[in-house]
Design a protein around this ligand. Structure first.
Ligand code: ZN
Length: 596
């Protein structure tokens, strides 16, 4: 026992080194490094205005005799290629929106939220398929949100903002070169773009950043103009990432309105993050080709003597549950909701092993951790697989809080709470992707929830986290405080919600936590969304963000559970290899083979 304890502490130490962000000094500034005072629409790193175009590091830069007019021709051509590519792409699109109001002390706080998840389909004009039981987003925007959020000419809602102009032509616009500027390591030409006078069609108006090798637009920031009479166009900051050699695809859109008059008395004040991922659907639903199947030689498939028996009823039951678990995990990854196995899973597993070792529990190594790619704060178990959402990992302030979330799920496994084994029948997996939330649910009864809480607290009190549970309690307190205003962030789509607005999971830890003090700069109860986990929009792989925490200068910067603008560090994928990308000839379909 003593020995086990010291092993666990060692692992914890190694973890603290490799997972510095989750260490006790974590602060909300694991966000993109932007100083709010200087957060003009410029690159955070180096707002270098005049880099000579013949810089030796840019050997592939265009010849200096390229005229501005040539650049415009190139970029219009690239934008048309972009539109052609997008018709074959079916990424997941998620928008999370927070309504902002001034609270009694004059601070801006989120008071209401909206959530949308769908898959983009531009093959037949703008369309999308909703996962969260709404009609198409555009439809929803126009009906359910009754005017306030309706987006005139924006049938795709927020997803529309990945498109600059579906018919981008030089003759529709006036272009003004502003300067050269780096976004991350990408040198860009910054150009102001305005629709020509008298054009009645709504077109993009704002600023574009064009990388100076192939002239792809990598960022555009502005709105559409002219504004329609009854509705509004929002302002947006839209980013594309280099996801394949030469291919830049939409990844992030930040939208914000601070004082949009929508009627005589109504003013709209909100901020929203739109994220796209799951571009490589083929890779996600990779089924091994028959030619790759190796046929073993007869000797190697010969049964081992001790295993050459039928399964006992106990073993058969375990195998059956395992089959249900594997079916479900495989399916949600294929849809694009679950990140493929990776480094973050291992970090989570280290925390789980700390809990197991210090509690003398042996599950025979049969336990897994995976990351759900969506923003709502949720965690659940599928058999022996613990799933935790990207949004939840983002907002957890420290390792003790992470251990608190994982301990609850681990308790379900230790207590033997069962997965519904109906999923062991493969036909149960034959449903359209957008029906995932109706067909898959990993919820427990309230009795099992309570039992898991009790067991989890017992395990935490034996663990290396036992002296830091006050932090975990503080996180829960902050969650409880914000829960009534952010129901959509807290609504779990696949498991039990952490808070239903009234009660909170693991409430036993709340009482022992210190009082929340919003003014105290060193009290970090929860982080903003988007600071910790980075998703590769092409492969869905997740990794920890490399951004270092910065000291906060005012309580306003705590931004607990809030959305913030995006400032990704842009990089270029080298075209060094022989890989050739012909996206416009590759049709990736959103449907998986089973759902004909
Ligand atoms: Zn639970």
């Amino acid at each position: 026992m003593q020995k086990l304890g010291s092993v666990a502490v060692l692992i914890l130490f190694a973890l603290a080194c490799s997972f510095g962000v989750l260490g006790q000094n974590a602060s909300p500034a694991a966000m993109p490094a932007v100083d709010s005072k200087t957060a003009a629409p410029t690159a955070p790193a180096q707002p270098s205005a005049s880099i000579p175009s013949t810089s030796p590091a840019q050997s592939t830069a265009p010849p200096t005799n390229t005229t501005f007019n040539d650049v415009l021709d190139h970029l219009v051509q690239r934008e048309h290629l972009f539109m052609a590519q997008m018709r074959h792409m079916h990424p997941m699109v998620e928008t999370y929106l927070q309504d902002i109001k001034n609270d009694s002390s004059g601070n801006l706080v989120p008071v209401k939220d909206q959530y949308y998840l769908g898959r983009l389909d531009m093959s037949d004009g703008p369309e999308d398929v909703s996962f969260v039981g709404q009609p198409g987003f555009g439809h929803r925007m126009l009906t359910k949100l009754t005017g306030v959020y309706s987006l005139h000419f924006l049938p795709m809602g927020f997803a529309q903002m990945v498109v600059l102009d579906s018919d981008f032509q030089k003759r529709y616009y006036n272009f003004n070169f502003v300067r050269r500027e780096f976004l991350g390591e990408i040198r860009c030409l910054v150009i102001d773009v305005q629709p020509k006078e008298g054009d009645k069609t709504a077109r993009f108006m704002g600023r574009i950043w064009v990388e100076d090798q192939d002239y792809n637009i990598v960022r555009f920031n502005g709105t559409y103009y002219p504004q329609p009479k009854i509705n509004f166009f929002f302002h947006f900051d839209s980013w594309r990432l280099n996801l394949k050699p030469g291919v830049w695809l939409p990844a992030y859109v930040y939208t914000e309105e601070s004082n949009l008059k929508t009627g005589l008395t109504k003013t709209l004040h909100f901020k929203a993050q739109t994220r796209l991922w799951g571009y490589d659907l083929k890779g996600l639903s990779k089924s091994e080709e028959f030619t790759q199947i190796l046929v073993d030689s007869p000797q190697s498939v010969k049964d081992q003597s001790d295993a050459a028996a039928d399964a006992t009823p106990v073993v058969a039951e375990r195998m059956w549950e395992r089959q249900a678990e594997e079916n479900a995990v495989e399916r949600i990854q294929k849809i694009g909701l679950l990140a493929p196995p990776g480094e973050v899973d291992k970090i989570l597993l280290t925390v789980v092993n700390n809990l197991l070792l210090t509690n003398n529990i042996d599950l025979g190594g049969d336990i897994h951790c995976r990351v759900l790619l969506t923003s709502p704060l949720e965690s659940f178990t599928i058999g022996h697989t613990i799933v935790i959402s990207r949004g939840l990992l983002d907002v957890l302030p420290d390792e003790a809080s992470l251990a608190m979330i994982l301990s609850h799920e681990l308790a379900h496994i230790v207590l033997g709470h069962r997965l519904d084994t109906k999923l062991a029948f493969n036909d149960r997996m034959f449903f359209p992707d957008e029906k995932s939330y109706q067909n898959l649910a990993f919820r427990h009864s309230s009795a099992e929830e309570e039992a898991a809480d009790t067991k989890a607290i017992e395990m935490l009190k034996n663990s290396p986290y036992k002296d830091k549970l006050g932090n975990a309690g503080l996180f829960l307190k902050s969650l409880q405080l914000h829960a009534p205003d952010l129901p959509n962030l807290l609504r779990s789509h696949l498991g039990n919600s952490i808070s239903d607005g009234k009660s909170v999971r693991m409430s036993g830890l709340v009482a022992s936590a210190p009082a929340l003090d919003e003014k105290k700069l060193d009290q970090i109860a929860a982080l903003p969304l988007g600071g910790r986990i980075k998703v590769d929009p092409w492969s869905d792989q997740v990794e920890l963000s490399k951004a270092k925490a910065v000291a906060l200068t005012s309580p306003r910067e705590k931004m607990e559970f809030e959305v913030a603008p995006f400032f990704p560090y842009l990089t270029r994928i080298s075209t060094g290899g022989t890989e050739k990308v012909a996206l416009s000839t590759t049709s990736t379909t959103p449907s998986t083979p089973e759902q004909k």
